[in-house]
Design a protein around this ligand. Sequence first.
Ligand code: NOJ
Length: 530
Amino acid sequence: MSRQVSDEAPDWWRDAVLYHVYVRSFADSDGDGVGDLPGLTGRLDHLSWLGVNAIWLSPTSVSPDADFGYDVSDYRRVQPSLGGDVALDALIATAHERGIRVLLDLVPNHTSVEHSWFVEARAGRGAPRRDWYVWADGRGAAPPNNWLSDFRERGLPRSAWTFDPPSGQWYLSSFLPEQVDLNWRNPAVRDEFFDILASWFARGADGVRVDVAHKLVVDDRLRDNPSLHPDDDPVSRQRGQRQLMNAERPELHDILRSWRRLADSLDPPRLLLGETYVGAVERLAPFYGAGDELQLALNIPFLRTPLTAAAMRTTVDATLAALPPRAWPLWCGSSHDDGHLASRWCGGDQALARCALLLLLTLRGTPLLYYGDEIGMTDVEVPANRRRDRGGRRDPARTPMQWSAQPGGGFTRPGVTPWLPLGDCTRNSVAGQRADPHSTLCLCHDLLAARADRDELRRGEMTWLASPEGVLAWRRGTAHAIAVNLTDGLVEVSGISGRVVVATDGGRAGESLPGRTLLAPRSGLLADLG
Ligand code: NOJ
């Protein structure tokens, strides 16, 4: 396999800017209104220009799409409607030629009900693969225990168990009833996934994002979860109970270690980025192990921190303090489950979105952008008759990429109805912003270029600087400083002398800073000191 990506650093991911592509929503090459892999390959120009180092693709395996790829029916083949196997191989090869690495989304916690393993398992209590899944007898007519699905049903909590009338047993389904939890205590399941992972790496994947990494193993006695405590974290509160028995089980670390040994045994080593949807930064640390589990773990408490100086500083400090030595943080503000940062953090305000991006791209750690973040794309209201998501109200976070103001938004052909409604591309699009050097898009481009040019912006220590209330200011290494004014007033920041490299109000680039500098409301800058 030809690789043009630079392989000199085995821990390239510490230097990288990652970019999550929700494939169905990025670019539609065949005019069916759904994004696909050839569409993405055709848009790699944009990602090269932007300067991202790796893309993570939402799931690409064969799936009946009850949860848009997060319900896999064949891990070894690529979804035909996304372009199939040939299209994935072509994407990986083309991305590598451009120096962009590719991470695939591994969904190990559950399969689709349509997977042949489950079809076999469901044949009866004595079926050969019965023990690949988690089955249990009910408590009378009630489910085996009190575990709740992460997905509600019509807004109400739903049991994590689904009744299977022919066998009279219940199967564990922590998300939709069509998503069946695998039994990770079964060595045959472990062996099969080890082999799947090895085959993906052999195919050229530079790493994987591990879906629901925190839930892989459940309590062997299927004990009830305790009920909520008033000071439980927001994720537990959202789930309606403390997930002590069906999440964050100690046994899952063995699995992560075995995958890490595989990832590290390859040349170049591959990346494991985990979806660790836990409600407190202290509980992220175990997923890094002793440097022998995940290299990167999704930080949900950060993503859920409000965009104020005090709250952000508290979460960043808590994260840096909680992670084990040498562990490396991952920062993101948007996702296909939670929404775009321009809406979540900024209420659609573009000046604030630029501040948020400046923060994300200059903290010590690896930033993860979600498609559209680079243009400050906001969530789009989706009318009831166009909703597609059965797992929650996540459609607004997944609307098509806004490429241009032409009909179809540059996402699909003119006249085709996209699978989810397009936002207002006349007001916000990649093409519109490329033409404006002071746009959010150009800011992101310039920040990525500054990171690429300056080692300390990637690896340098991070030290807070004194700053007025509502303002965050910090140094990276010895030669760079960042200041972000998140307030609605003009503020003066002292202690930064040097030259502005990038500013959220683009006119300031190149300006020399004498030691005291004024920051307009909702604005920020990156400076070289000296
Ligand atoms: C987490 C994924 O991000 C989400 O989109 C999916 O619905 C669940 N895992 C279930 O796979």
